[in-house]
Design a protein around this ligand. Sequence first.
Ligand SMILES: Nc1ncnc2c1ncn2[C@@H]1O[C@H](COP(=O)(O)OP(=O)(O)OP(=O)(O)O)[C@@H](O)[C@H]1O
Length: 310
Amino acid sequence: MRAGDSSSDGGAAVEIHELIKRYGRTTAVNGLTMTCRRGQVTAILGPNGAGKTSTIEICEGYRKLDGGTVRVLGLDPADPALKPRLGVMPQAGGVPPAARAGEWLRVISRFYAHPLDPAALLDLLGLTEHARTPYRRLSGGQQQRLSLAAAVVGRPELVFLDEPTAGLDPQARHACWDVVTGLRDAGVSVVLTTHHMDEAEKLSDHVVVIDHGRVVAEGSPAQLTGAERQLRFRARPGLNLDELLGALPPGSAAKESPAGHYIIEGQVGPQLLATVTAWCATEGVTTEDLSIERRTLEDVFLELTGRELR
Ligand SMILES: Nc1ncnc2c1ncn2[C@@H]1O[C@H](COP(=O)(O)OP(=O)(O)OP(=O)(O)O)[C@@H](O)[C@H]1O
């Protein structure tokens, strides 16, 4: 067991209890309690301004808390002993503008006892041909990938990734996912924030949804989306849902969200499908993409956090 670990952490990579962070009169984090387990990928989701970056930067030791407790690998986030055990990818920057990609990665790797091969990592993230390019001349997506590489090249025990795939093209997103999956397979604990629900669903063992600086739900993606199924279809906007509900078994629910996209919940099965199809036919409504699906993480997220823009 390493110095700083204690039996009280019970396998926690990060333990946050009743965390408070204020900026003047704004309370950004408001009594947030959550645990990220060792060896797992934990995704922190939340609308803009929910307090994700504040929380993660307190864990990284970059910001001071105003209340509560945070333990990272059993230590205070300000403890210098954490530095070689952590990998951090901030939301923006983190690399000097003049640093050349390959050189920077080699420099960072020398701070660690058992780093990954910087050249192999550059290759994995499609940066080999930009190895001699200064950071400021890389495209936004290439800069992101270099920041990710710099966060993981030291083969740390715990990695914080703040919106690692924001602004990346699909190829780069997949390369980033491969890196995260590789870290997890190697037993590294990963804490990431993202606005991509599909990413959270694919990558994470544990999802924590926060809003207004507090946890509003958490669990595995499967626990959060549940076993319930929905009937979905597209049709012209503005169907009379009260009339449709009148034709459906009691306990059914129907909503249009967004316009022209309909979701029916309840005892979803062949009988409900037949009833909806018959009602649409009677009303002269043409349906498209009629399907029975499980709720997505995005459905759950919007239910939990609402639809207002932040
Ligand atoms: N340095 C700061 N000074 C003042 N207010 C701040 C500061 N940093 C964050 N805030 C405020 O704290 C709240 C939480 O911000 P934070 O960046 O933690 O949210 P977030 O969930 O990461 O948002 P996003 O998804 O937009 O990145 C917001 O209202 C934000 O405006």
